[in-house]
Ligand binder design. Structure first.
Ligand code: ADP
Ligand code: ZN
Ligand code: ZN
Length: 723
């Protein structure tokens, strides 16, 4: 009797064996299967067939193969196996995280969803009261449509479509040939980069290439050109970006360039059904380009021909909860497994990627010039706060520079990576500070637009919120104040200083409504704003043509950080935000306010010399034995008492599991020790050898899993970005 091993998404998430009936005897790996699990029926994926069951046959229950989808292909199954093994996350949960909601339900999935229909002849005219039919006919007459595009307007549509198909009123539309709209002539550096990747595409082999192009060097055009080559040959292209905000413009660019190709989005901001439909379209091969954030790396792409990771250095590619994977690293694995080229683009590559490029494991293509004919990289100046005192956070040279831009009708951007009004509210009389009762963190003061007083105190970590008190809760003093400066306060300060200017704040708060970010960015592009105030949300990827000044204020905290990656991150952030200035024909200026004007990091930003800075950091990391010279993993424990968490980690450290070439450090409280009333501690393990670390983790986690759990929750994070 045939037995299969199935990946199921359950808390104990592993693989479970099931029996399939004679009718399902032709079952293959990668098929969907409905299986009983306890009292429930779950939908999982067949990972292995013809298995010898691990438990007595009479205890094995029967599953039902769902044959409505093409099986997930072997490379996809391998990607999930690798992801599960490398990040030590149960395979069932890894598969569960990769699949969209619709695919995890038992209901049959109709191929109508991913079929593109066109009328076979003129469709009947429907009376007005048959609104759904009338609308459907109008849509199909206007242009061929995918079933899912039509279904999203009304659920009744699916039945109608199937009915019309049965009547032969509509049929699958023939796939149009590949067309690329006219493109600008490439610059010399772009042409060289495109030619190199095209050679790899033609060779049909894996190559990882770092496209190290300064901000505004036209990396997007390179992506479009090489994508054109892959698409023309009938392949699918996967494009990963770090943030949802970057997808609308990029998807427009792809759709305009490839009018006959189907370009779909995959990111967490989509509704369940949108995400499911786009996923199915990719899986069925109907989507030619899949553009998305980190979860898109797990899409099923049967004709994958090219992967692009834009802004590859961005920490957002790392998932910070649940399955803690790096989408960039998985993308490289995937490219290798499927023998396709991968292009990793950045002006400030991660040190991991840069080290691979230096060692020759990755190819490196450098673009030093901006793509637009008269655009030059902005001039960067450091403003010494000891000489130019800042008032409300802004120094005189910055104010003067903004004023000049206003007179010339150009845009300015003031960058402050701290949202809210003030980072803390405090009483000068008794020393009370606004602290979160559930976390080891301050409550941040937030104000509503135009409100002189009031507002709320918010915990940025757990979401706790309360009204700003009228007086000090401890001593009754009414003169309590917000200390320090967030983007809201900066917005107020700037609006007061430049009353005629249109000030636009762009941060997580001003963009929390669906579509708000897009609307704000559109306003910037349309020239409806003079001064932008914002966090790193503004720093990434955007191409603002009329922006000629960037002022970075209050960046010094990062220099003091205990995190060894802080300077790498600050360099990237400053270079990226600086890169928003002077992207068209008007020269750009960047001003960085600091109390440490001689710090080598600022000097490197001024010199625009990423390579020298990165080589310096790499040498430092090598000496200190830090990544990428070493590989790390963190075991984290959570408990109601810190002692309990630390005890658990101490026992784990003393497990006696052989740790060859692996260093185990002492457990320490996490820097944000308490979160949501839970105390958190962590234990670092490190090795110069990735295989040695992995071998240790396998045995160690197995040992930990066999210990009585006690009152501790734990997880492992491989290649953590924050320590
Ligand atoms: P990057 O991603 O490298 O920072 P972008 O891809 O945003 O840069 O391109 C910067 C600007 O250069 C864009 O306005 C783009 O339209 C323009 N551009 C890119 N390539 C060319 C080209 N070959 N000719 C003219 N303009 C170009
Ligand atoms: Zn007080
Ligand atoms: Zn909190």
């Amino acid at each position: 009797m045939p037995y299969v091993r199935v990946a199921v998404e359950v808390p104990v998430g592993g693989l479970f064996d099931y029996r399939v009936g004679d009718a399902d005897a032709a079952v293959v790996a990668g098929q969907r299967i409905a299986v009983p699990f306890g009292p429930r029926t779950l939908v999982g994926v067949v990972m292995e067939t013809d298995v010898t069951p691990a438990v007595p046959p009479e205890r094995i229950r029967a599953g039902r193969v769902l044959g409505d989808l093409a099986p997930l292909a072997a490379p996809w199954l391998d990607l999930l196996r690798f992801c599960s093994a490398y990040y030590h996350h149960p395979l069932g949960n890894a598969v569960g995280a990769a699949l969209p909601a619709l695919v995890k339900t038992e209901r049959p999935i109709s191929s109508t969803l991913w079929t593109r229909y066109a009328p076979t002849a003129a469709l009947p005219t429907f009376p007005k009261r048959e609104r759904t039919s009338a609308r459907l006919a109008a849509a199909l007459t206007a242009a061929p449509c995918f079933g899912h595009e039509l279904v999203s307007t009304s659920p009744k549509t699916l039945a109608l479509l199937e009915d019309w198909r049965a009547r032969d009123w509509i049929a699958e539309a023939p796939r149009g040939g590949f067309v690329a709209a006219p493109a600008p002539p490439l610059g010399a550096e772009q042409a060289a980069a495109v030619a190199a990747v095209e050679r790899d595409l033609e060779g049909g082999r894996f190559t990882a290439t770092l496209l190290q192009g300064v901000t505004g060097s036209g990396k997007t055009e390179v992506y479009l050109r090489v994508a054109a080559r892959a698409l023309a040959a009938g392949g699918q292209v996967l494009v990963l970006v770090p943030e949802i905000n970057l997808t609308p413009r990029l998807i427009d660019q792809f759709r305009q360039r490839f009018p006959q190709s189907t370009v779909v989005l995959l990111h967490s901001g989509l509704s369940d059904s949108e995400r499911s439909h786009n996923w199915l379209l990719a899986h069925a091969g109907g989507a030619d380009v899949v553009l998305g954030t980190r979860l898109a790396v797990l899409a099923s792409l049967p004709r994958l021909a090219l992967i692009v990771v834009d802004e590859e250095h961005d920490p957002s590619f790392k998932q910070q909860e649940g399955m803690r994977y790096s989408a960039r690293d998985l993308a490289v694995y995937r490219a290798k497994r499927e023998s396709v080229p991968i292009l990793l683009g950045s002006a400030t590559p991660s040190l991991e990627t840069f080290a691979h490029a230096l060692s020759g494991r990755y190819a490196r293509l450098v673009m030093r010039e901006r793509a637009v004919a008269d655009a030059a990289l902005p001039a960067v100046r450091v403003i010494d706060l000891a000489v130019n005192r800042a008032e409300h956070g802004l120094s005189a040279p910055v104010m003067e520079a903004i004023r000049e831009r206003l007179q010339r009708g150009e845009q300015s951007l003031v960058f402050l990576n701290r949202r809210g009004y003030a980072p803390v509210l405090s009483c000068a009389a008794c020393g009370w500070v606004s602290a979160c009762s559930r976390c080891s963190a301050y409550l941040v003061m937030h104000r509503r637009r135009g409100l002189a007083s009031g507002g709320s105190l918010l915990c940025h970590h757990c979401g706790y919120a309360e009204a700003v008190p009228a007086a000090c809760p401890t001593c009754g003093n009414v003169d309590i104040r917000g200390y320090g400066q967030g983007t809201q306060r900066l917005e107020v300060t700037i609006a007061q200083a430049f009353p005629a200017a249109r000030v636009l704040r762009i941060d997580r708060d001003s963009t929390s409504r669906k579509g708000a970010a897009e609307a704000l960015f559109d306003q910037v592009h349309a020239g409806e704003a003079d001064i932008l105030v914002g966090t790193q949300m503004l720093a990434k990827g955007h191409d603002f043509k009329n922006l000629t000044l960037v002022a970075a204020i209050n960046v010094d905290a990062a220099l003091m950080s205990a995190d060894f990656r802080a300077s790498e991150r600050l360099f990237a952030q400053l270079t990226q935000v600086a890169g928003r200035a002077g992207r068209a024909d008007k020269p750009g200026v960047v001003l960085i306010q600091t109390r440490f004007p001689d710090h080598p990091l600022f000097q490197a930003v001024v010199a625009g010399d990423y390579d020298r800075f990165a080589r310096g950091l790499l040498a430092e990391r090598e000496r200190a034995g830090l990544p990428p010279a070493t590989f790390q993993a963190l075991l984290r424990a959570e408990a109601s008492k810190l002692e309990t968490a630390l005890e658990f980690l101490k026992r784990a450290a003393a497990s006696g599991v052989p740790a060859e070439a692996v260093e185990i450090y002492d457990p320490v409280p996490m820097s944000l020790t308490r979160l949501m009333n839970v105390e958190r501690a962590q234990l670092l393990v490190e090795s110069r050898s990735r295989p040695a670390l992995q071998a240790f983790l396998d045995r160690w986690l197995d040992w930990i899993g066999r210990q009585p759990p006690g009152a501790v929750r734990w997880h492992i994070e491989v290649d953590p970005l924050e320590i």
